[in-house]
Structure formats: structure tokens, C-alpha cells
Design a protein around this ligand. Structure first.
Ligand code: COA
Length: 329
């Protein structure tokens, strides 16, 4: 199966990108320039396959891991309505993970291989999910601002060139809009609540804005390694800095109008319409995405536990004739 060939011959495929048939490559790039979608059975350069797969796979992992910090608050949600909304949101996020794994599989890597790479630390997932959700206000900030950031990114990527990814993103964006509304509602409730609630949401905002949310869109364009190629192939439709600017433009005013502050003394809109801000520590970013953030070990340990304890279910589903020993039965 060529999926295995991809996994085993990763390096070979990348090298082969340098010797692609020039005619095929020109036709491929012309299709992209015309705004056509690339579908799984179409010819594509090995490097395009590798890059799109890398991005969708990381995105899928982010959805699955992203369910963990919010999931821990389901039992502690302050009201029944908040609990119901949070349960629905967490369930949606896991569903997004499945949609994205299915889109990534069309490029030839099995879901099992992707999960293995997540658990071994080989694959990355979003930096933001390696920070703790200490109070209920963190859930409001995640629901409002992390989902808002995800929408900025996903609305742009949904107009990209790889058909299965774009179709998955269109559906995901509808659901993310509901997530943003529930997050904003919880955020406003705290910001306009008692002094203690206001203090709680301000504290969560301070911790999430700087640096996790400022890191969320990736490193500055000058050091982003993949942007140039991905934008040429219309996989990424905005650069990291364009997304960060769009996010600040839409959401900083919404935060300020509630009388809350942001932990960046430099933050202001310049005369040319762009936002000035303090550069976050990019060494910290690379440490966090490479496994050394405050919660990386905990997040992967929870996923590993789920993987190991769910194995008997997967095996039973794949082969119902085998007798299985059911743990805890
Ligand atoms: N969290 C974790 N890793 C990140 C990141 C983030 N917020 N931003 C960038 N990185 C990683 C990249 O994956 C890359 O690592 P790699 O080469 O080992 O794969 C490295 O940092 C350099 O960044 P860059 O060259 O800018 O990567 P990119 O062009 O792929 O852009 C994204 C980064 C996140 C903007 C892009 O991959 C993307 O849009 N992904 C899909 C959306 C997504 O994953 N969202 C997750 C949250 S819901």
C-alpha cells in the first residue's frame, strides 16, 4: 500500500520532490493558480503531499489534545447550562480530530501511524494546549479567544488548494462559531460579574494572552520555515503575521470594551492600521512545541492512557470473532 511506502520512504519522497517531472509540476502549479482543488487521486509533488499531510496531521492532533484542558472542567462547570454547552463543545472538538485524521489519511498515512507519532512526541500539536486551565475563567478565555484564533486560521485555510482539508474545515468552522459564542458568553458573564469574577477573568486573560495566544499563529514570517512554499501552493492562505494581525484587529477592541486590560504595554493600533505589540519569547515557543511546556507530559500521558485502555475495544471491533478479556468486567 502506498501509505506504508510514504511512511517508510519519507526521506526518499522528499528527495524526489527535487526531481519532479517539470511538465507535471508546471501543470500542477497552473491548476493551483487557476484556483482548482487538488484531490487525493490527482498527481501532486511529493513535497506538497508531505507538507499538507504534516499540517493536517498536526491540526488533527491539536483538536484531540485540545479537548483535554476543557474536558477536565466538565464536572466543575458552574451551571447546568454551562456544563451542557461545554460537553457539546468538547465532543465537537474530538469530532474535528476525526474529520481531520480522515482528511490526512487520504494522503497515504494511516491513522494508527499518526497516533503513534503523536504519542512518541514525533508529531507536533498546537502550543496553546500545553498550558494549564487553572480556573473556570480559563475555560471562558479558551472558548472565546483560542477558538477565535482557530477561526481566523481555519477560515483562511478553508479556501486553500487541498480538497479534503478544505471541506473538513468548512464544517469545522460552522461548529467553531458556536464554540466562540459560548466562550464569549461565559467571558462576558465573568467580566460583568462580581469583582472576584472580574479578577478571575483578568488573571486568565493575562496568562493566555502572553505568550500562548501571541505564539498561536506561529513564528514571525521572517523565521517561519514553511510559509513561503505553503502560500505558493495555496495550502496556507495567510501568513502567520497576517493571521496574528487579523486576530488582534478583531478581538483586542472586544476585550478593551469590557474594561479589561491586556498584558502588553506596547499594544496599540498604529496609524497605518496595523497593531504594534511586544514580541513574545520565541525560544519559549520552540521549547513548548518540542515537548517542554508546562503540560506536555501530562497531555500525552492522558492520551497514552486512553490509547492503552481502549485497545481491547478497537481489537474487538476489528475482529469480533476473537474472545477478548474485558478489563474491569
Ligand atoms: N503550535 C505548534 N507548532 C507550531 C505552531 C503552533 N502554534 N506554529 C508553528 N508551529 C511549528 C510548525 O509546525 C513548524 O514545525 P515543523 O517544521 O516541525 O512541522 C514550526 O513551528 C515552524 O513554523 P512555520 O514554518 O510557521 O509553520 P507553518 O507554516 O506550518 O505554520 C500554522 C504554522 C500553525 C499557522 C500552520 O501549520 C497551520 O495553519 N496549521 C493548521 C491549523 C492548526 O493546526 N491549528 C491548530 C489549532 S486548532
Amino acid at each position: 500500500m502506498y501509505g506504508n511506502a510514504y511512511i517508510e520512504n519519507d526521506t526518499k519522497l522528499v528527495q524526489s520532490a527535487q526531481v519532479e517531472d517539470p511538465e507535471k509540476l508546471a501543470e500542477f502549479e497552473a491548476r493551483i493558480a487557476r484556483g482548482e482543488k487538488i484531490e487525493p487521486d490527482d498527481w501532486m509533488p511529493a513535497e506538497y503531499r508531505r507538507q499538507v499531510l504534516r499540517m493536517i496531521e498536526q491540526h488533527a492532533h491539536s483538536e484531540i489534545i485540545g479537548a483535554l484542558p476543557e474536558g477536565t472542567w466538565i464536572t466543575r462547570a458552574p451551571t447546568l447550562k454551562r456544563k451542557l454547552a461545554l460537553i457539546a463543545k468538547v465532543q465537537d472538538e474530538v469530532g474535528h480530530g476525526h474529520l481531520l485524521y480522515a482528511a490526512a489519511e487520504t494522503l497515504g498515512k494511516s491513522r494508527e501511524a499518526m497516533i503513534n507519532d503523536l504519542l512518541s512526541g514525533k508529531s507536533k500539536y498546537s502550543n496553546v494546549f500545553n498550558y494549564p486551565a487553572k480556573t473556570w475563567a480559563d475555560i471562558a478565555v479558551i472558548g472565546f479567544l483560542v477558538d477565535a484564533g482557530a477561526i481566523v486560521n481555519q477560515l483562511a485555510n478553508a479556501k486553500g488548494s487541498y480538497g479534503p482539508y478544505c471541506r473538513a474545515l468548512e464544517r469545522i468552522c460552522y461548529e467553531e462559531s458556536f464554540h466562540l459564542k459560548q466562550g464569549y458568553d461565559a467571558f462576558v458573564a465573568l467580566a460583568t460579574g462580581t469583582p472576584m469574577q472580574r479578577e478571575m477573568v483578568q488573571d486568565a486573560l493575562n496568562r493566555w494572552w502572553f505568550p500562548p495566544l501571541m505564539h498561536f499563529f506561529g513564528p514571525p514570517d521572517t523565521i517561519s520555515v514553511h510559509t513561503e512554499k505553503l502560500m505558493r501552493w495555496k495550502v496556507k492562505m495567510m501568513s502567520n503575521e497576517e493571521m496574528r494581525q487579523d486576530f488582534m484587529e478583531q478581538y483586542v477592541p472586544k476585550i478593551w470594551e469590557l474594561g479589561l486590560t491586556l498584558p502588553d504595554p506596547k499594544l496599540k493600533k498604529k496609524e497605518d492600521g496595523s497593531w504594534e505589540y511586544t514580541q513574545p519569547d520565541w525560544d519559549e515557543f520552540f521549547r513548548v512545541i518540542n515537548g517542554d511546556g508546562p503540560c506536555n507530559k501530562e497531555r500525552l500521558a492522558v492520551r497514552r492512557y486512553a490509547e492503552e485502555n481502549g485497545r481491547w475495544v478497537r481489537e474487538a471491533l476489528m475482529n469480533p470473532t476473537i474472545k477478548h478479556i474485558v478489563p474491569y468486567a
